[in-house]
Design a protein around this ligand. Structure first.
Ligand SMILES: Nc1ncnc2c1ncn2[C@@H]1O[C@H](COP(=O)(O)OP(=O)(O)OP(=O)(O)O)[C@@H](O)[C@H]1O
Length: 248
């Protein structure tokens, strides 16, 4: 279980304190598939990073399985079972895709196992397995490779920050199947930041973050209808429109 208690995060901008996360309380139970959504700039990515230890909270407490991880660094949190796929994935010059997947899995997995992870995220494995994880890969390819590494880690708690970002509409259809599959097969907890209706639609719970606070948290059936007509719904409508235009 992940518990955020009174979590506050301030930064200094132009000499002034800017509050990004504001006394936020949130509990995420084990084994849940939770989607965080909300307006741009509401604090979702910042919150995900703070859970992973990328940045130190100003006030409050973060507990993971009852252990206070507030002061723990990224490596310690990763070792306790947290994984994170960034909104903007990073490159690893000199490291091949297969090496990265082996590092993520924590063992020397076979080429065929590594290929399975790549296939899960819709990549034609043999074309990528020996590629270097550098800037020669497109944003969408890097994103999918990063998602594959998080799947390979098989940790208790996986965070995906906007997995749809930078992924084309055709691959997005595959990605939905990836997350539907993760939902069915994963033993741990999954926390996804997303604006996409199809991802929101497979959630157990939806959390709406706005102005650094939890505006709403409840079951999908409770929260989802209220989101219709908001930016999330508009994003979806735009995606559908783009899809129609591109198939013309
Ligand atoms: N280090 C920082 N210094 C100043 N402002 C910051 C910093 N980090 C985040 N912010 C601001 O905090 C707010 C929340 O940012 P964040 O990226 O968490 O939003 P978000 O909800 O993930 O948005 P989006 O849906 O657009 O990805 C934004 O206004 C952002 O500009």
């Amino acid at each position: 279980m992940l518990e955020l208690k009174n979590v506050t995060y301030d930064v200094i901008e132009d000499g002034k304190t800017k509050r990004i996360i504001d006394h936020l309380n949130l509990t995420i139970d084990d084994g849940k598939f939770v989607v965080i959504t909300g307006p741009n700039g509401g604090g979702k990515s910042t919150l995900a990073k703070l859970i992973m230890g990328i940045g130190q909270i100003t006030e409050g407490q973060i507990l993971f399985d009852g252990v206070d991880i507030t002061e723990k660094n990224i490596t310690e949190r990763a070792n306790l079972g947290l994984s994170f796929a960034l909104q903007q994935p990073v490159t690893f010059k000199g490291i091949k895709v297969i090496d990265l997947l082996r590092l993520a899995a924590g063992e020397r997995i076979s080429v065929s196992e590594a290929c399975d992870y790549l296939s899960k995220v819709g990549l034609c494995a043999k074309e990528y397995i020996d590629r270097e994880v550098n800037s020669s890969l497109s944003g969408g390819e890097l994103k999918r490779i990063e998602i594959a590494t998080v799947i390979a880690r098989k940790t208790k708690f996986s965070i995906f920050d906007e997995p749809e970002a930078g992924i084309d509409l055709w691959s997005f259809q595959n990605l939905i199947h990836v997350f539907e599959n993760i939902r069915k097969t994963i033993n741990g907890t999954v926390l996804i930041i997303s604006h996409q209706e199809r991802i929101l639609n497979i959630a157990d719970e939806i959390v709406v973050i706005q102005d650094g606070k939890v505006k709403k948290h409840g079951s999908k059936d409770e929260v989802f209808p209220e989101l219709l007509g908001t930016s999330s719904a508009i994003n979806t409508a735009c995606s559908k429109l783009n899809e129609e235009v591109s198939t013309c």
